[in-house]
Structure formats: C-alpha cells, structure tokens
Ligand binder design. Structure first.
Ligand code: DAH
Length: 340
C-alpha cells in the first residue's frame, strides 16, 4: 500500500478508536508508537519520498502522531489512577469534621489577660512602631550616649547614622515616649508589642519576644501607687495568695527603679529549681518615671509625676505554664499550641 494511504488508514483508526482499558491502550501504543511500531516504519519509508511530496506527507505523519497520542491520553484520563481528579472528587460533604476549632496563641491569651486586669483600673492601650529612631528608643529615655544598648551587639540597627540611628525596638518603652508626647494628661496606658534583641537564639534567649509596659502619669502619683497597682496585678494574674517584693534596681528612665519578684508559684517560697532555691522569681522592672524623661516629653516634672513598669509576656507564660524553652512560642507546632 502506498505510504499516503497507510497513513490515512491509521489516522482514521486513531480518530475512531475506542480504547476500553489501560491494557488495550498500552497495546495500541506499542503497535503504533513502539520501537518496531507502525510510526517508525512510516518514518523509515518517509526517507524515500520524493522531495515534492515531502511536505504534505510530513504533515500527515505529524497529524497521525498527534491523533494517536490523543487517543492514548483519553484512555489514561478515563481509566488511569488520576481518573476524575477534579477538586471535588474527594469531597464527601457528609463526613464528620475531624479538624479542631482553633484558639488564641498562649502569648495572646496572656496579653489579653494583662489587658483585662489593667483595664479594670482604667488603663487603655497605646501602640507604636517596631522600627524606631534613636530618640524615642534611647535618648528621650535618658540613656547615656555610651550605654551598651546603643551597641550593635545588643541592638539590631536598620540604619547607623550618627545621632539619627534607626533600629528594631529593643523595648516598648519607646511607646511611653510617643504616648506622653501625643496624649493629654493624665495618662494611664499599656504599651504592648514585639521587641528585638541581638541575641543568639537558645532555650532562654530569643532575638524577639513580647513586652507589655505600663505608664501612669498624673499629679501626685507616688511609689505607694506603683506598689499597690503591681500587687493588685500579681494577685489577679497569679492568684490571691501571691506575695510580691520590690528589689532596688537601675533603669535609665526611672528613678528610683526596682525589679518585682513574686513568691515562687511552684514551691510556694521554700526554694526549688525554678527559683534557683531563693523562693522568689523576677517578673518585671519598674520605677518612678525619671523627671528628665517627663521633661523630654514636654511634661512639667514639678507638677506631674508617674510610674512605669515593663514585663516580658514569655516570662509570665513560663511561670504560669512552666514552658521554659522560649523557642516553642514561635515554632507554631500544633502539638505544643493545642495544649493551651
Ligand atoms: N524597658 C525595660 C526592658 O526592656 C523594662 C522596663 C523596666 C520597663 C522598668 C519599664 C520600667 O517601664 O519602668 O528591660
């Protein structure tokens, strides 16, 4: 049979063929496209075709090849393992739901509990940027020029630029400054947010964590007010029998400054691994706002006074839930998160 007629009859077959299983399709593929198949024979004979017929016969050959491939593909679609693989194929709407309802992240839960406790005594919430300039981060807060926080080893700088450095905030005390400069007095506010420190990541340190700071500025605010407010907070957060103590400390932006400990919630003050045998665990830093800081924000320190405090949310979570590896809070492992 002349070449052209052989091609035409195979083409007609390819267009009409109904392959009714994968095996049938495979046999067909081998017969036509296999090594010793019809197609190779046709191509072999094609070499002998006179030049003027080459173009039309070449086109016919290509047409045949496409038609054969389409027939094989159709069989794959009809009988292959991906058969009917439309997105809805696996959807059984009558199946009971096996996914759990999500919930707030443990750190968000603690942060919201802090909002609730201070909200009851009139504290609102203030916000500020995570990328902060030197003035709001250090200078206005009374940090001396040579303070180690102004060093690359402790702070992630975005721009190092003389007195106009820009950094990822190392604490949310910068929001206190922004609040004192923008809100009318008296101020009673919380400044929550993520903060960044240039630390090697380990169970005990992370390059970011979360703080909530508090600030109260009014006429006649005293250290006794600070103590009462923090005592109230500790009892609400850790239970009504919680004891607190304030130890003298130092922060550039408060004078006097203190750190607050609560009696260890694990051993009740007898001494254990968590409190390293002391019976006390530190939970926050605090103090009376340094008059310089008030003045830097345009507040008359002879008329107004204030207190401030700052706590780490992870630290509180550690004490409440005994999670002592900070990394767990940002790994998003459902096995960990679903416990809260
Ligand atoms: N900014 C301090 C820190 O990041 C925490 C702190 C201490 C905040 C005392 C305060 C404060 O407002 O009064 O370590």
């Amino acid at each position: 049979m002349p070449l052209k007629e052989r091609i035409d009859s195979l083409l007609e077959e390819a267009r009409k063929i109904k392959l009714s299983s994968l095996e049938e399709s495979e046999k067909y593929r081998i017969r036509i496209l296999g090594k010793k198949g019809e197609m190779n024979k046709l191509f072999e004979d094609f070499k002998q075709v006179e030049p003027e017929l080459r173009k039309s016969i070449g086109q016919a050959l290509n047409e045949l090849k496409t038609a054969v491939q389409e027939a094989i593909q159709k069989a794959k679609d009809d009988f292959g393992k991906d058969k009917g693989a439309s997105p809805a194929a696996d959807l059984d709407l009558s199946r009971p739901a096996d996914s759990e309802i999500g919930h707030r992240h443990p750190l968000s839960q603690i942060r919201e509990e802090i909002y609730r406790i201070f909200g009851k005594i009139g504290f609102d919430i203030s916000d500020g940027p995570e990328i902060e300039d030197d003035w709001h981060l250090f200078t206005a807060l009374n940090f001396p020029p040579e303070h180690p926080a102004r060093d690359m080893q402790d702070t992630f700088f975005v721009e190092k630029n003389g007195n106009n450095d820009v950094a990822l905030r190392t604490h949310t005390s910068s929001v206190q400054i922004r609040t004192m400069m923008s809100k009318p007095l008296p101020i009673r506010t919380l400044c929550p947010g993520r903060v960044y420190r240039n630390e090697a990541v380990s169970a005990r340190a992370h390059c970011f964590f979360h703080q909530v700071e508090g600030l109260y500025v009014d006429k006649g605010v005293s250290y006794a007010d600070l103590r009462e407010v923090l005592m109230y907070f500790a009892k609400e957060m850790f239970g009504s029998n919680t004891k607190i103590r304030l130890r003298p400390s130092y922060f550039p932006f408060t004078e006097p400054s203190a750190e607050m400990d609560i009696a260890c919630s694990i051993c009740g003050g007898k001494g254990c691994a968590l409190c390293k045998g002391t019976g006390w665990v530190e939970i926050l830093g605090c103090g009376m706002v340094d008059p310089n800081v008030l003045e830097n924000c345009g507040i008359d320190s002879k008329v107004y006074s204030g207190f401030a405090f700052g706590m780490g949310v992870e630290r509180i979570a550690n004490l409440l839930y005994r999670v002592n590896d900070l990394r767990l809070f940002s790994e998003n492992d459902v096995r960990f998160l679903s416990q809260f």
